[in-house]
Each structure stands twice: as structure tokens, then as C-alpha cells.
Design a binder for this molecule. Structure first.
Ligand code: PLP
Length: 394
């Protein structure tokens, strides 16, 4: 039985912080009223809801009425995209990128099936879009630009502030405003998010990527944005996201976001140090590898490496036997075949793309974790390569 466990899949999800659990606990059994109720039980939870909204708003430099709680990042992305296009009388044009998470890509594909037009921007070899390409793609009928803040497979950071600045400039002279959405699921709690500096109209976050529970998300919507709900029912969340609010989780995401923002620099330094240790170790110990994306243009906690001549899935299974958890990229990509759409867009050759693994760090990882991976990984790769029909040892 494998005793040692190393979790390097923090971009898929994180453990819930013990302080966050403690903060949530009273809202399961002591303070459990419906926040819409007028009695004292309801007023207590309403207060927790307001305080949580206020905390998140202040950390994003937003107003309290611009913060909407949702069920997850996927739901926030869907509300942002369909919520904006549904307000239009005609089926307009949307611009996004080829490397978005499926939570953005699939809604865009759905729009296309229904007569909308979508441009998917290319990326360079590091996974970054060109502002010039975006400028060229803008049309008279463009209604929405949705570009992720950092990519979930390779960590590539997109020029959100530059896009926001450009769109604000051209919007001043346009009849129909182009709204700007960013999926910040991989950056929330990792870098400082200021919606005014980023100049976004909509921004998505998901709690389980920064030590809150799974099943709670946030959508920031700038005041004055023309947006419609995509589900209908009660008047919760200003009727944009009807349904009784999940107060324990709302309290949890606010607490987790608060903790993360109080320790941004320290956490960033920590994961960056560990990532660079692992990267250097892999480069030193394992031949024929490619680091996908550039560390300088990516968030600090993601390392994506292709091990030539082997299958990423096979490597994951073997590493799992040693207690090491990593990923081939997006958890949601599993079972879709055809390899990663992100690596494909970055023009990584298909053979190298097949052998790609994402290691993603969190603040509970240690130097000992990296040392252990560097002990197990080289021999595991070598074992798989010796079984590979395409591997020739020189
Ligand atoms: N967007 C990005 C960039 C992600 O990485 C993920 C999850 O991996 C999502 C959206 C979906 O978030 P959730 O799992 O909360 O639905």
C-alpha cells in the first residue's frame, strides 16, 4: 500500500482551508434561516450574505450590487455569455479564444449552432493571444469579447488590461457597446484582481480553486451592464441567479477569498519556488521533454511538461501508484479524445501533446513533495519509454 501522497493537481481543485470550514460551520445548523425570510432566522443569514458580498466586492474593487453568487465557475461563464447575447434583438458576433475552458467554449459553440457568429482567436507558442488579432476581429455587430485571464492547462496569462483599455476606447464611438468578460477562475485568489484596473464588465470566479468548497462561484457584473437571467424563479441575486442562496458556501468563498488576498505575495513566491525546482529537476534528470508555455508569461503555480514517446494518461496512472496526483490538463478534457485543444492551439506537435502532464501547486505543497516527485518521475518515464514502440534509446 502506497503511504506517501503528493497532490499536484491544485488547478483542478483544492482542499478546503480549515479556517474556511470553521467560518462556514455555524451556517449549517445554528444559523440556517432562508435569507429571503423576514423573521430573525432569515435576517441572520441575510446579514451573512450581505457581509460576504461586501467582502468580495471590496477585494475586487467593485460595488456590493455588482457581485452575484452562483453555483460554480461554469454557471458564471454561462450567465455571462448567454446573459449578454440574449439582450440583443439580432444574433450578433462574439469573440473568444481557442484556449478557453469548455465552460466558455461550449456555450460559444452552442451560440454558433443557433445562428450567432463566433471568432476563436489564435494564440502564440506560449498560449497568449495577440491584441492586434482581437482588434482585427471586431465587427459592427460584435456584442461580447470573452477572454480568460489565465489558462488552466499551461497557465498563460492574457492581456486583459490592454483588451479592456482598447474596448473602452472604441466603445466611446460605437452605437452598440461591446461587453468584456473574463474567466478568472485560475487567477482568483492567486493574483490581485481589480475590476477597475482590468476594465472588465464581467468576471468569473470559482471557490474550489482557492480553498473554498466545490459548488460556489461568483460573477461580477459591472453596474449598467445590459444582462438577462438564464434561469427564472425567485428574486435572489437581483433575479439574475434565482434560487435560495447557499449561505454556508457563500460565507466560505468570501472567507477563502479574504485569506487568499491577504497572502497573495507570499503564496505566489512559495508556489513559484516549488514550480521552478520541479522544472529544473525535470530538465536535469529527464531527456527529451518540452516545457509547454513560458513561465514568464504564465501564473506561478502551473507547470506543463511533455514527455516525448509516452502517453500522458499512462504516466498519470503510474504516478498515481506512487501516490502522486497530477493531470493531463483540464479535468473536463478527459474522455474527449483528440488531445488538448490548448496544446493544439499552441501548435505543440501531436506526439508531444499526447505526453503532456500538468503539475499544479498550492500553498500546502512542500519541498519534500518536489523531491519525492523528482525521485519517482524519472524512473517512471524511463519504464514507460522502454515499453513504447516509438522510443529509441541512443
Ligand atoms: N474556467 C476555468 C478556467 C477553469 O479552470 C474551470 C475549472 O477547472 C472552470 C472554468 C469551471 O469551474 P467550475 O469547476 O467551478 O465549474
Amino acid at each position: 500500500m502506497q503511504e506517501k501522497k503528493v497532490y499536484l493537481d491544485n488547478s483542478a481543485t483544492t482542499i478546503v482551508n480549515a479556517e474556511v470550514i470553521k467560518e462556514m460551520e455555524p451556517y449549517f445548523s445554528d444559523i440556517y434561516g432562508n435569507a429571503a425570510s423576514i423573521h430573525s432566522f432569515g435576517r441572520q443569514t441575510k446579514k451573512a450574505l450581505n457581509n460576504s458580498r461586501e467582502k468580495i466586492a471590496s477585494l475586487l474593487n467593485a460595488n456590493i450590487d455588482e457581485i452575484f453568487f452562483t453555483g460554480c465557475g461554469t454557471e458564471s461563464d454561462n450567465i455571462a455569455i448567454f446573459g449578454i447575447v440574449n439582450t440583443q434583438d439580432t444574433k450578433g458576433h462574439v469573440i473568444t479564444t481557442k484556449i478557453e475552458h469548455h465552460a466558455v467554449l461550449y456555450p460559444c459553440q452552442h451560440l454558433e449552432k443557433n445562428g450567432y457568429s463566433v471568432t476563436y482567436l489564435d494564440v502564440d507558442k506560449d498560449g497568449v493571444i495577440s491584441l492586434n488579432d482581437l482588434k482585427q476581429a471586431i465587427r459592427e455587430d460584435t456584442v461580447l469579447v470573452s477572454v480568460m485571464h489565465a489558462n488552466n492547462e499551461v497557465g498563460a496569462i492574457q492581456p486583459i488590461e490592454e483588451i479592456g483599455t482598447y474596448l473602452q476606447t472604441i466603445n466611446a464611438n460605437r452605437k452598440n457597446k461591446i461587453y468584456f468578460h473574463t474567466d478568472a477562475v485560475q487567477t482568483a485568489g492567486k493574483v490581485c484582481l481589480n475590476v477597475k484596473t482590468l476594465k472588465v464588465d464581467l468576471l468569473t470566479m470559482s471557490g474550489h480553486k482557492f480553498y473554498a468548497p466545490k459548488g460556489i462561484g461568483v460573477l461580477y457584473v459591472r453596474k449598467g451592464t445590459k444582462i438577462e437571467p438564464i434561469t427564472f424563479g425567485g428574486s435572489q441575486e437581483n433575479a439574475l441567479r434565482p434560487g435560495t442562496e447557499n449561505i454556508p458556501y457563500v460565507v466560505g468563498i468570501a472567507k477563502a477569498f479574504d485569506i487568499a488576498n491577504a497572502n497573495l505575495e507570499e503564496n505566489d513566491k512559495h508556489v513559484l519556488f516549488l514550480r521552478e525546482q520541479l522544472k529544473e529537476g525535470i530538465i536535469k534528470k529527464i531527456p527529451e521533454i518540452i516545457v509547454n508555455g513560458s513561465g514568464n508569461r504564465a501564473i506561478s503555480n502551473i507547470l506543463n511538461v511533455s514527455f516525448k514517446y509516452i502517453e500522458g494518461e499512462a504516466l498519470l496512472v503510474m504516478l498515481d501508484m506512487y501516490g502522486i496526483a497530477a493531470s493531463t490538463g483540464s479535468a473536463c478534457a478527459i474522455g474527449f479524445g483528440g488531445g488538448s485543444h490548448v496544446l493544439q492551439a499552441m501548435r505543440v506537435d501531436p506526439v508531444s501533446a499526447q505526453g503532456a502532464i500538468r503539475f499544479s501547486f498550492g500553498h500546502y505543497n512542500t519541498q519534500d513533495d518536489v523531491d519525492y516527485v523528482l525521485e519517482q518521475l524519472p524512473k517512471t518515464v524511463e519504464k514507460l519509454r522502454l515499453m513504447s514502440p516509438v522510443y529509441k534509446k541512443f
